[in-house]
Write a protein that binds this ligand. Structure first.
Ligand code: FPP
Length: 213
């Protein structure tokens, strides 16, 4: 969800406002994915490298997470949204961990998934899954995949990066092996359901061969 800071800067607003508007964009998208036929939407909210940001910004992001869970949880439950957290989220502040545990429990019966990556890094995910696979005595693509955070999620079809950045930044590296990529210039706070629909329409035109012909 890239571009919150630049969005705010362009408008002469504090970065924190950019992140707040980023949450608004999340809310609108989550409300629309059911109608778009998307089984799972995964959002990269906080990477394991984001701790390097100034403490004030990390605090702002964590507070936004608290507010978001509190305000939107009833809507998730009402709309059959299953929340899923990927990443080392047990390492977050204890009150956030408790809120997330409650939210996971309350939304467990949901029919489509909102996965939020928190304290997530793909290289750590792969290393840890490989270690678990080795400990089980079977190191295969399947056994590693079975130990990834995403083991119970559908395959990644489309990976969208906003704000004109053209790199993966340690996000879903294993899962992206055959995903289609979309790099869009839109800054995250401006990324609306129409932009997602456009990305889906482009995706529908792609021919996926998975290395075959
Ligand atoms: C990247 O933009 C954005 C982040 C590191 C944080 C994303 C988090 C949110 C939108 C809020 C919390 C999420 C949820 C699901 C409640 P940037 O700050 O790197 O922007 P820049 O590249 O323009 O500086």
């Amino acid at each position: 969800m890239d571009g919150n800071g630049r969005w705010a800067k362009r408008k002469g607003l504090p970065r924190a406002v950019g992140h707040q508007r980023g949450v608004e964009a999340v809310r609108k998208l989550v409300r629309s994915v059911g109608d778009m036929g998307i089984d799972c939407l995964t959002l990269y909210a906080f990477s394991s490298e984001n701790w390097k940001r100034p403490e004030e910004e990390v605090d702002d992001l964590m507070n936004l997470m608290r507010k978001f869970i509190k305000s939107d949880l009833p809507e998730f439950v009402a709309n059959n949204v299953r929340l899923k957290i990927i990443g080392d989220w047990q390492g977050l502040a204890p009150d956030i961990v408790a809120m997330l545990e409650d939210a996971l429990e309350q939304t467990a019966g949901g029919t489509h998934t909102l996965a939020v990556a928190l304290n997530y890094g793909a290289q750590q995910e792969i290393a840890s899954a490989a270690a678990k696979a080795a400990a089980s005595g079977e190191v295969t693509e399947e056994s590693i995949a079975a130990h990834l955070y995403t083991a119970d999620l559908p395959p990644l079809d489309l990976l969208i990066r906003t704000s004109g950045e053209v790199r993966l930044s340690n996000f879903l590296l294993w899962q992206a092996a055959y995903a289609e990529m979309a790099f869009v210039d839109t800054l995250w706070p401006d990324f609306a359901p129409e932009h997602l629909q456009q990305a889906l329409d482009d995706f529908a035109q792609r021919e996926r061969r998975y290395g075959g012909r």
